[in-house]
Design a protein around this ligand. Structure first.
Ligand code: SAM
Length: 818
């Protein structure tokens, strides 16, 4: 059987493209299943799917996965979009009839997802391409996705963060976060009360991933949420460094610990068969056996980093008990009663789930069933962990509870609700996870029960063994992601084509406008150039991120430097015990007053690298990535910093706004961008040993210095990324209330002339000098107010936001009629 490779990047030989449409899928899958019977043999023997359901389980696995998405953002905004789905899009799409049974494939809500904000649809791509109604719907989806109001995400992948039960104010660690779908959910939960409280959220989300490239994807994904609570880091989660932060009035040093931990670990991914049929074809027992040890180490480290009474969610997109129940059982055993499974049967009652299992079988890499480690050929025993087999006390672990609908561990299978498969376990920490080394290890079969049990060296050794498999798998996942990503790129390219058309038009228009407005020519060019930079960034995620980072943040992408730090930081210990404090060395990071003489003296802890190793902007021959000589520091501004006083005066910024949470990223007198972070992010970034954290990104842009030849009173303009956050703290001095009609004029061209607006607006604008103003639109009670930064030039206005934001706004405004 041969499948033709479709156009797609990569030079992988023998790569086969699975058919996408439902109609022709089945027969081809039957062929794959025949080619790889191990999958079927393995899972039949595990007896995890009742015999009566087996046929249905196999059938559904052969059908292409529906597309699913979540409506995100603030509550009222999300409800507005949900109502638009229910009242406008679904009725329109329901009119389309297609498929063999002439059935409509309009989106339907995921019944178990709270507030009707989760959706899925299984319309074939051909339909989407050919049908105008679907095309319009898709355009809307893409536009709202670009600005972060909609998140495309596999339905089952939405489940773990819901069980994590994140509350505003929580400190959350997402251990294996990239590409970031679940991080986005966590960030949303941390911001859940923003609108009611009208305060800056105090929570913290650290999103970590061991893969640098994927961490960058994560930055891009999470950036759309404009959260000052996020830090993206790049570590092996099993060795996530301990950091001491100063907390409380006395600034007492305490080890960093989290209210919530998500360990969505790397796995064999056989729950994603419907998305990536190659997993089925290449399925083998080796992946799970190889990953088990890494998974145990990550979950264990997560348990250590949780606060007492903190919640830890362990999840995989694998159905294999060796990656699921075996991992949880081993970590429960090692925690010596300080970790418990949580009964979450009352949460998401409409989610159909099966309980965990208490017996499972281990198949050797030679595809033979093996009852115990000792039965493995001694030559290969090192490759297996004792903990792969069910422990003797497995019945006491509550892995399975199926009484009165009580399910503690959740197994979600594709045939339950037309999704992928997933495994979720919710754990609570009730005491310190200490002294792991003294536990007689059932895990290690290497007869080393001393401190080396989970020591760095051994962990690394093992990691290396497993790493190749992991890389294969994550590549597989990447391939898969790329598949899906290409779909999106196709669409967005189309959108971009359109944009280019519009863009040219805009240039024409702006030229026209410039004729009218020659005085402000330079300003407009500057602003539009910035907008163009942003636009180009979005054509290519990676370029986008690295450019943005290099230009604005100078945040470190240098893995070499960080690896050396990793060695310092890799101390496996429960932070609630102080016994490793001596292993930390302290590099004090002071608050910097940005004056040229002082900031020159600021030393980035990573500059000590010899120049020959990392020249600035050196190109890595192997990866093609840009290396930087040093990671630029996070320099917190002194509230007395002169530019802040200017901003305060010009915009009427309240003293309640925590200006001490503003920072800059470059040691430069004329800092172009001022970033803002939450109080807890600041605590972490100012931790004496923060250098141990390999920070990839943090902070939202709130002010940008506007370079202009014109005489203006305040050089700093608002950045759309941070405006909503700071808006409650500014006076009405430079706020102009617009009606929807005024907004339409503003959006009608890049630099509409002031005299096109309503007379009242003209009068108000005349009161204001040249510079940044804030346009406020309150469409109606049920909808969120729209707050926009606008440049008030001599005779025209210029909306200061990215093209994607502008496009989504245009769509939103056009929907207000309906
Ligand atoms: C299942 S994916 C995570 C998906 C992610 N939580 C989401 O919802 O988008 C597993 C991730 O773990 C990362 N990873 C693999 N080994 C790791 C390790 N030792 N520490 C941290 N991350 C790791 C991979 O790069 C991959 O991005």
């Amino acid at each position: 059987m041969t499948w033709k490779k479709k156009k797609r990047g990569g030079n992988k030989k023998n790569r086969q493209e699975a058919p996408r449409e439902r109609d022709n899928t089945k027969s081809l899958f039957d062929d794959i299943v025949r080619e790889n019977e191990n999958f079927e043999a393995f899972y039949k023997a595990q007896n995890i799917i009742p015999e009566t359901e087996w046929e249905r389980f196999m059938e559904v696995n052969k059908i292409t996965l529906p597309t699913s998405f979540r409506i995100t953002g603030s509550r009222s905004n999300a409800f507005e979009l949900r109502n638009l789905m229910i009242n406008v899009h679904v009725p329109e799409l329901n009119k389309i009839q297609f498929g063999s049974d002439n059935r409509s494939e309009a989106p339907r809500p995921l019944l178990w997802y709270p507030d009707g904000l989760g959706w899925q649809h299984s319309a074939p791509r051909n339909t989407i391409k050919k049908n105008l109604v679907f095309q319009n719907f898709h355009k809307w989806l893409v536009a709202e996705t670009e600005v972060g109001n909609i998140n495309r995400q596999e339905a089952v992948s939405m489940i773990p963060p819901l069980f994590l039960d994140v509350k505003p104010g929580h400190w959350v660690l997402d251990m294996c976060a990239a590409p970031g779908s679940k991080t986005v959910q966590i960030i949303e939960a941390v911001h859940a009360n923003d609108l009611q409280d009208k305060t800056i959220p105090s929570g913290l989300v650290i999103a970590n991933d061991a893969d640098m490239k994927r961490s960058c994807m994560l930055v891009h994904q999470a950036k759309r949420l404009k959260s000052p609570c996020l830090i993206v880091t790049n570590h092996d989660a099993a060795q996530f460094p301990g950091v001491y932060v100063k907390q409380g009035l006395n600034e007492e040093k305490r080890p960093i610990q989290f209210d919530r931990i998500l360990a969505d670990v790397p796995c064999s991914g056989d729950g994603t068969l419907r998305k990536n049929f190659l997993i089925w074809k290449n399925w083998g027992v080796g992946s799970a056996i190889g990953l088990h040890y890494t998974q145990v180490k990550i979950l264990l480290r997560g348990a250590q980093l949780a606060k007492e009474n903190g919640r830890i969610v362990y999840s995989t997109c694998s159905m294999n008990p060796l990656e699921n129940e075996a991992v949880v059982a081993e970590v429960l055993r090692r925690s010596r009663g300080n970790l418990h499974l949580v009964d979450v049967s009352d949460q998401l009652p409409q989610l159909i789930r099966a309980p965990g299992v208490t017996s499972w079988k281990v198949m050797s890499k030679e595809n033979k069933w093996v009852d115990k480690l000792e039965d493995i050929n001694p030559k290969y025993q090192k490759k297996y962990e004792k903990s792969l087999w069910p422990p003797p006390d497995v019945d006491q672990l509550n892995l399975e509870r199926w009484q009165a609908h009580t399910v503690i561990i959740m197994r979600i299978y594709p045939h339950f609700q037309d999704t992928g498969a997933f495994f979720v376990a919710v754990l609570q920490k009730t005491g310190p996870i200490t002294d792991i080394s003294s536990i007689n290890s059932s895990m290690s079969n290497k007869n080393t029960c001393d401190t080396k049990d989970v020591s760095i060296d051994e962990a690394n050794e093992n990691d290396n063994q497993n790493f190749n498999e992991e890389i294969d798998i994550s590549n597989e996942t990447n391939k898969n992601d790329n598949q899906n990503f290409n779909e999106e790129i196709d669409i967005s390219n189309e959108a971009n084509k359109n944009d280019n058309q519009n863009f040219n038009k805009e240039i024409d228009i702006s030229n026209e406008a410039n004729e009218n407005d020659n005085q402000n020519f330079n300003e407009k060019i500057d602003i539009s150039n910035e907008a163009n930079e942003n636009d180009n960034q979005n054509f290519n995620e990676e370029i986008d991120i690295s450019n943005e980072t290099n230009e604005n943040d100078n945040q470190s992408f240098n893995e070499e430097i960080d690896i050396s730090n990793e060695q310092d930081g890799a101390i496996i210990v429960d932070p609630s015990t102080n016994d490793t404090l001596d292993n930390y060395y302290v590099v004090p990071v002071k608050r910097h007053n940005v004056d040229s003489s002082r900031h020159k003296s600021h030393k980035c802890p990573k500059v000590e690298k010899p120049e020959t190793e990392t020249k600035p902007d050196d190109e890595d021959q192997e990866t093609g990535t840009q290396k930087r000589a040093c990671e630029e520091p996070f320099i917190f501004l002194d509230p007395d910093y002169s530019d802040i006083s200017k901003i305060r005066e010009y915009y009427g910024l309240s003293h309640e706004f925590p200006t001490d949470q503003l920072l800059v990223r470059s040691v430069n007198e004329r800092n172009k961008i001022l970033y803002f972070v939450s109080e807890s992010v600041k605590q972490v970034l100012q931790a004496p040993d923060c250098h141990r954290l390999r920070v990839v990104n943090s902070g939202i842009k709130i002010f940008t210095r506007q370079e202009t030849n014109e005489p203006i009173k305040c050089e700093f303009r608002f950045n759309s990324e941070g405006l909503v956050m700071i808006y409650p703290y500014i006076s009405k001095k430079r706020v102009v209330n617009f009606s929807l009609e005024d907004l339409k004029i503003l959006l009608s061209e890049p630099t509409p002339l002031i005299d096109r607006f309503d007379e009242k607006i003209q009068r108000r604008l005349k009161e204001l000098d040249m510079g940044c103003i804030i346009v406020y639109i309150d469409p109606c009670k049920e909808r969120d107010a729209i707050i926009l930064p606008v440049w008030r030039a001599a005779v025209s206005l210029n909306l200061l936001c990215r093209k994607e934001e502008r496009r989504a706004l245009e769509l939103r405004v056009s929907n207000f009629h309906q």
